[in-house]
Design a protein around this ligand. Sequence first.
Ligand code: CA
Length: 114
Amino acid sequence: MSLCVFPPHGVKDTNECSRDNICGSDAYCNNTIGSYTCTCRSGYTKQSATSRTCIDIDECEDGAKPNEGVCGINGTCRNTNGSFWCECPVSGFTNYGNERTPCSGNAPTPFCEK
Ligand SMILES: [Ca+2]
């Protein structure tokens, strides 16, 4: 059995998604009968629960200790529109160019007396 939804008699559905940029450049548009929905692209979230507007997620502000979770304690998180990247300013720490990876370094060499 299939479920069919018809618009009221005499009313033709409008494809709102054919309008330029109805959801903005940060969301995908999905036409529905009588309406439409907007789904945020990766890296974006709804401005509010009822909003169709998508805004950038500030990954650097997520969590109680943002830098520790996102870029490591020796990394600096840099938010960008739709993404973020990790800067590794501390000597000896790197993410090997994988910009969304926390900065890591070699553990200190233990000093042992003979
Ligand atoms: Ca971002």
